[in-house]
Design a protein around this ligand. Structure first.
Ligand code: PFF
Length: 448
């Protein structure tokens, strides 16, 4: 069998899995969704979804991965031979490839903004200038296609180096630095005059804003942010050693991921309020406001450069996990070499990403799809990041609870975690609570 590896330690696993979880989902997607759905109420539904749905599914995925030591397709096939369950694995591999295509595009924006800051072209950026700068930037097809290709290329290079070598090393050093820079940004945002209004928007919920669409997006965001529902954590769990604790690892990953997202909100909303910008500004939100914050800080361009660079690195740790799902499948099931798998999956993702590039300018069709009235990019994001991951998570719960069976799953979960006393809670979650909540949310969306 081709080159599989193992994480060198529990910390290595936690940092790599947190690296997969923490990405532009936390710093770009979470704030714009929260802004779009009216602030605090989205934050609260999201936090509930992380605890009630995210954590149990995360534990289930890691356990499936470690029990089998396989990619999602191989894992389902091993635990339930000759059944259709491996289709869930196939869907995960497909989702990995699809998400990689547009996720890399947004990640490319962080590179673009790094170079913009380096070149000084964001100096003196005002709230009226940043939207224009952003628009001009995303409409430049060749630049966007180049950034997309560059991001997928760098991802492919790291994945081709194998597990502990590339991914683990990069995450160990760079993720903590990102958090430090975010703390500095947090200090600046919270001390801006007028920041209090933003805090109110972020923390005081208006429950009249609850809607089925909001709830499904919050649930999808919880799965997306924790990299769940498509087997990324099955794949990462497959490299975890047997004597290490799954529940402790999962709790750390969920906590680090959630703290980062919540922290991003504490930076973005006070700053938006201070500068009188609209929090419901949609997906460009953080690219509109961040340059303005940096401009208001001493050494702002240095912090700006570092921030966009490290956000790029955080995104890279996530794209690496997306590609790794597809590559692990090609290595294990198709018996391809790592290099060949990376080349094939990377190229295909790049091609699938092109219509998303065109969603931001140039071709009308992709900017507003007929009937749906949303762009191709928005359609992909909803279908794959929200729907596919929620459906994937639903199947993973049913599989762990009823097919593999919770007793067998708990045996795996208990290995290396002798002090874990909450197996019963996990069982109730994956067998009843999670399937019921996910089904109810999907059903409500369908009948509307
Ligand atoms: N969790 C990543 C983020 O929040 O940016 C996105 C992601 C990575 C989703 C890997 C799914 C995945 F398998």
């Amino acid at each position: 069998m081709a080159s599989r590896g193992k994480w060198s330690s529990q910390l290595g696993f936690i940092l790599a899995a947190a690296g997969s979880a923490i990405g532009i989902g936390n710093i770009w997607r979470f704030p714009y969704m929260t802004g779009k759905y009216g602030g605090a109420v989205f934050l609260f539904v999201y936090l509930a979804a992380v605890v009630l749905l995210g954590l149990p599914v995360l534990i289930a995925e890691i356990a499936i991965g470690r029990a089998t030591g396989k990619n999602p397709v191989g894992a389902f096939a091993e635990l339930r031979p000759k059944s259709q369950w491996k289709l869930v694995g196939y869907m995960g591999v497909l989702a990995g490839m699809m998400i990689l295509s547009y996720y890399s595009l947004i990640s490319g924006w962080t590179l673009g903004y790094f170079f913009k800051t380096l070149a000084g072209s964001l100096k003196g950026a005002t709230t009226s200038a940043t939207p224009l700068i952003f628009d001009t930037f995303v409409r430049n097809f060749w630049l966007q296609a180049f950034l997309l290709a560059a991001f997928i290329f760098i991802t492919g290079y790291i994945v081709s180096k194998g597990i502990a070598g590339g991914i683990e090393k990069a995450c160990k050093v760079l993720m903590p630095v990102l958090v430090v820079i975010m703390l500095i940004l947090l200090g600046r945002a919270l001390t801006l005059p007028g920041a209090g209004k933003g805090l109110e928007f972020y923390l005081r919920p208006d429950f009249s804003k609850l809607s089925p669409r909001m709830i499904i997006d919050a649930m999808g965001q919880a799965f997306f942010s924790l990299s769940l529902g498509m087997g990324a954590m099955i794949t990462y769990g497959s490299y975890l050693k047997k004597d290490e604790s799954i529940p402790a690892g999962a709790a750390w990953v969920a906590a680090l991921d959630t703290v980062t997202a919540v922290m991003a909100g504490f930076i973005i909303f006070p700053a938006l309020a201070a500068f009188g910008m609209n929090p419901a500004g949609g997906h460009p939100l953080v690219f509109h406001i961040l340059p303005v914050i940096f401009d208001q800080m001493p050494l702002g361009s240095i912090f700006g450069m570092l921030f966009f660079l490290l956000l790029g690195v955080a995104a890279l740790a996530s794209t690496v996990s997306l590609l790794e799902v597809v590559v692990a499948y090609c290595i294990d099931e198709l018996k391809w070499s790592r290099g060949r798998s990376v080349l094939a999956a990377g190229s295909l993702s790049f091609l699938i990403g092109i219509p998303s590039v065109l969603s931001f300018g140039g071709v009308k069709f992709f900017q507003k799809l007929p009937l749906l009235n949303i762009s191709f990019f928005e359609m992909m994001d909803f279908v794959w990041s929200t729907l596919a991951l929620s459906v994937g998570a639903l199947f993973i719960c049913i599989f762990a609870g009823y097919v593999w069976k919770s007793a067998a799953a708990l045996k795996e979960i208990g290995r290396g975690a002798e002090k874990f006393r909450h197996g019963w809670l996990w069982t109730i979650s994956v067998k009843y609570l999670c399937p019921a909540l996910i089904l109810l949310t999907l059903f409500t969306l369908a009948i509307r």
